[in-house]
Write a protein that binds this ligand. Structure first.
Ligand SMILES: [Zn+2]
Length: 260
């Protein structure tokens, strides 16, 4: 197996170098490659083409499923082109994760399109997937496929913060109080922007992508295993930072047998 890492404008706090070292240590048999941005080295007309495709994955309204052939505005395409070239960041935009993943998929060389290669793209783009039962989009941390996509903003915005946080937030907003004070009060209980724990947390998500390639299943039921599919920040922090072990016995065994 090979692991190929791409940086599609992930948060600055993410150290891909540290991730690479971690993977090399965990999996001696596996070759790891770092490739940078998957779009940036393409010719200009290709970049414009991808900019249009990415712009068409933008969600306009969280309660409205986007159409596959949604035609973006000229300005939106221009924005995405600047974003690809690293001239602006993507804050404030929400993308349809599955559509976005398919655009990323087109950049994967044909000869490497297999589960033998775990392609993993880090991005700071915030994406969501459509939930049929609630008829709305929900923010996601990651999508596991070829390639897998892990969002550094999704780690912050995807898993829910403590219930008390939302209750107090409503109060603060009603009273017109500063939210910074509220965030200080809950400091540490969720992964925030510019959080120094981000790289450590992302290691677990990278391993979920690796297990997806290896077994077809990125997740584990064990709440202390790094492969636990956390829906709350509290669960995420426990699985990735506080449980006292990295992987459950079953996953430790698979890792040893297959990859090291
Ligand atoms: Zn496990």
């Amino acid at each position: 197996m090979r692991i190929i890492l791409y940086d599609e404008g992930a948060a600055q706090e993410l150290s891909i170098e540290e991730i690479t070292k971690y993977l090399a240590q965990k999996m001696e048999k596996v070759k790891i490659e770092v490739r940078g941005n998957p779009f940036v080295k393409l010719p200009q007309d290709k970049i414009s083409d991808y900019a249009r495709k990415i712009a068409s994955t933008k969600i306009q309204e969280v309660r409205q499923k986007i159409l596959p052939e949604q035609e973006p505005l000229y300005g939106e395409i221009g924005y995405e082109k600047r974003r690809i070239l690293g001239k602006t960041s993507a804050f404030g935009i929400l993308y349809d994760g599955l559509h976005l993943q398919r655009v990323f998929q087109e950049t994967i060389p044909r000869g490497e399109y297999s589960l033998e290669c775990a392609h993993i793209i880090f991005t700071n783009r915030l994406f969501a997937t459509w939930d049929e039962s609630n008829q709305r989009y929900h923010v996601r941390t990651s999508i596991y496929s070829i390639p897998s996509v892990i969002s550094t903003t999704g780690i912050v915005e995807g898993p829910a913060k403590p219930r008390e946080y939302y209750l107090l937030k409503q109060q603060y907003e009603r009273l017109g109080m500063e939210l910074t004070e509220l965030n200080d009060k809950f400091k540490g209980s969720f992964i925030d922007y510019e959080d120094r724990r981000l790289t450590e947390v992302i290691k677990g998500y990278v391993m979920q992508a690796v297990f997806y390639s290896l077994t077809g299943d990125p997740f584990c039921q064990d709440k202390g295993c790094r492969l636990y599919n956390a829906h709350w920040q509290e669960e995420l922090i426990f699985a990735q930072l506080e449980s006292g072990y990295e992987f459950c016995q079953r996953h430790t065994k698979i890792l040893k047998k297959e990859l090291s």
